[in-house]
Design a protein around this ligand. Sequence first.
Ligand code: UT7
Length: 342
Amino acid sequence: MNDAVPAVTAVSDSQILKNRYAKIIGTGSGIPARAVSNQMLADELATRNIETSDEWIVARTGIRSRYIAGADETAGTLGLQAARRALEMAGRDAQEIDLILVATSTPDHVFPATACLIQGWLGNRKAMAFDLQAACSGFVYALSVANSMIISGQVRRALVIGADLISRIVDWNDRSTCVLFGDGAGAVVLEASSTPGVLSCAMHADGTLTEMLNTAGRMCNGAIVNHPYLRMDGQAVFKTAVTVLEQCAREALAMADLPVTAIDWLIPHQANLRILQATAKRLGVPEEKMIVSVDQFGNTSAASVPLALDRAVRAGQIKPGHKIMLQGVGGGMTWGAALVQF
Ligand code: UT7
């Protein structure tokens, strides 16, 4: 080796992670004005001869109501609400944010990114801003990306938002899907810290499973080509979800070298209460440690995890030092788990 070339000191990944963490310092939600109970939805569908009932929806999914966006509400406006609340809790100004990341499958426009719209409304003119699409896993994916950018030193503070209006792409004539979803947004502010924050992220996808859950339509020459509504093989998604949610939680725990008993709160993607219960059971996490918001919001896709997180933080359930397992699963199929210390 040439003596003139300075020796490079190898720094292992674990050393970098030990020195710099991404910590959640604020959470927030953005919820549409209109709440729709199962009964209201059943009555509305009955006018079009589509039969469903509060009993069926509660028994099969645990959902009791959801919020449906009005004409002037979008992923951007709800995301903005969530972002403002998260910034307020964090005690940070929008100008202090270096990265705005919005996870959504229902963006306001093809482009510019919903993240850029929110950035503009916040009056921030310098942060890196982009959208990420990983369906219902979008928020945990985005958290993982923001975490990497913070621990690498590229950014100091990030606004990570999950926002979706699945009501806009659901087929309201298909009772097997339209009763499941709701609209909303959730956000967190992440900041570089020397005390533990995000402990591990285990993210995956299997692109051979695109037929299980998709919205295949796209814009082309001024028209929509392909099926414009969400389509799902419910039972296949159910089986896949419980399997991968267990796997990625165990992987995230192993990466952080922690046992299942270290989990103070489990927040799986809020798709169906039965999926949540099965995940907790497979992992051996008591149900009292599971945060449930699917009953109130339905499946809000990329918003489901940050909405549930914000609810639990504001209810005082999640306290400093607690370790939370956040989990997503959705179209792609995509899935992932992030273990986070508050
Ligand atoms: O974010 C990730 C995406 N989504 C999910 O994670 C969803 C995963 N899947 C599920 O949650 C469940 O599979 C569903 C809730 C979608 C369905 O529950 P299920 O227990 O698998 O019901 P099923 O599809 O086997 O349907 C049972 C019956 C059927 O009638 P028959 O064939 O037994 O006569 C359906 O036609 O229930 C009927 N049905 C309904 N009945 C009343 C389906 N939807 C409805 C409805 N109201 N809304």
